[in-house]
Design a protein around this ligand. Structure first.
Ligand code: SR1
Ligand code: MG
Length: 405
């Protein structure tokens, strides 16, 4: 594809997006004068443009990284390299789980853009779950996504040279620092990025003063900093997943890096657990509430069961590790991954409740005292998962803990 995109970075607008889209010749020449462009980004960090040719019903997405975090403004500078990480991660994911990620059409590092498949026939999972919708294939898809990405990017499968090369390629220090701060540090101290209703003050101080809890968070944080096990998506919450009936697409891997194997699946579990709590308010009728909550718990259960099965099958077929056939090696890895996931999920639940970046599941509860009640429950659940993660021996125990929260 011959392109003449701009020679220096500039934030795009609806007109300059059109120029770029014309340059890559994605649409038929005759369609180029009829394109409609709209900025639709509602995330924390980037610009997202929807480009459409209405009469042929063809469309695409242009995503551009801004040199700062959109959620805070220019006072929070942020590397443009995250656009490269995102497109490289999407390409890597498409090698192993191609049906579960958007297709990439073009990327440009100077402009920090990725042009990709338009998924507007899907909806963001978080929004759908808040509305009480359910998706049959979700657990199988996310279990498969996390297991395949874990196995194929790990030392169990890759030659050590290739693995270390990949670790370098996905070095993502600035985005990791956001997670190190916002997930693993600030919520556990009296930090000015934290954001919670004053009614939670005593509960939050209990967290800040709980030394046993803080020691466990320190361990989890250290794992995140040091354990380059697999290529992670890095931000696998329910806002990073698009769904429609029979289709799941994982988007936005700009936080991708090599980290501990339990991290991604933990974020998925944590966000389902938060939605499970919030359903006590969002579901209009008891019957509907029971059905959606049952679905969420079953999704957590089935995601882990799928993860274990897919990872185990890949291990038996393809593992190159010299100890792969030694009894108990696989089981130990899965057990450790699971207990780490329980702890990481606890950190994600706490930071989404009192940290900088919240979730609509809890924040959209209109009545203040009810919002505070469920936020307290979330803090109790998160603390318990962090402190007692090493006592969890099965997914059923985790599911029951979330159910009882
Ligand atoms: C400033 S970024 C805040 C959060 O949004 C992203 O999606 C990550 O979850 C990050 O922690
Ligand atoms: Mg994102």
């Amino acid at each position: 594809m011959s392109v003449k995109v701009k020679s220096a970075y500039e934030p795009l607008n609806e007109l300059t997006v059109l120029e770029i889209v014309k340059d890559i010749h994605y649409f038929e020449a005759a369609a180029e004068n009829e394109l409609k462009v709209k900025e639709i980004g509602d995330g924390n960090l980037n610009l997202v443009f929807h480009v459409e040719h209405p009469s042929s019903q063809t469309s695409l997405i242009v995503k551009q990284a801004l040199p700062y975090a959109k959620v805070v403004g220019e006072s929070w500078p942020l590397t443009l390299d995250r656009a490269r990480i995102e497109s490289d991660a999407l390409l890597k994911q498409s090698e192993f789980v191609s049906t579960l990620v958007p297709k990439i059409y073009y990327s440009d590092q100077t402009l920090a853009i990725t042009i990709m498949e338009d998924l507007s026939d899907h909806v963001i999972l978080r929004k759908a779950l808040v509305e009480g919708k359910t998706y049959r294939k979700l657990a199988e898809d996310i279990g498969t996504f996390t297991a395949k990405m874990a196995f194929y990017t790990s030392d169990f499968y890759l030659h050590p040279f290739e693995k270390k090369d990949q670790v370098q390629r996905f070095s993502n220090p600035e985005l990791c620092k956001i997670t190190e701060d916002l997930v693993f540090t600030d919520p556990f101290f009296n930090h000015d990025t934290n954001d919670f209703p004053k009614e939670l003050q005593s509960q939050v101080e209990k967290i800040w003063n709980d030394k046993e809890l803080l020691r466990e968070v320190a361990d989890l944080r250290y794992s995140f900093l040091t354990r380059a096990e697999i290529l992670l998506h890095g931000d696998l919450h329910t806002g990073s997943i698009f769904v429609k009936e029979n289709s799941t697409k994982v988007i936005d891997p700009e936080f991708a890096f090599y980290g501990p194997a339990g991290f991604d699946i933990a974020h998925f579990f944590a966000n389902l657990a938060l939605n499970h709590l919030a359903q006590n308010v969002h579901a209009k009728e008891p019957f509907h509430r029971e059905s959606v909550q049952g679905y969420l718990l079953e999704t957590i259960n089935k995601t882990w069961m799928t993860y274990e099965t897919v990872f185990t099958n890949l291990w038996h077929e393809h593992a190159l590790d010299p100890f792969a056939k030694t009894d108990g090696v696989l089981e130990r890895f899965l057990h450790k991954t699971f207990q780490d996931a329980v702890g990481f999920a606890g950190c994600e639940i706490i930071r989404r409740t009192i940290g900088l970046a919240h979730v609509a599941d809890l924040d959209s509860i209109e009545q203040k005292d009810i919002e505070v009640f469920y936020k307290k429950k979330a803090l109790e659940l998160g603390s318990c998962l962090i402190k007692y993660r090493k006592t969890f021996t099965s997914i059923t125990e985790l599911v029951n803990k979330i159910k009882d929260a």
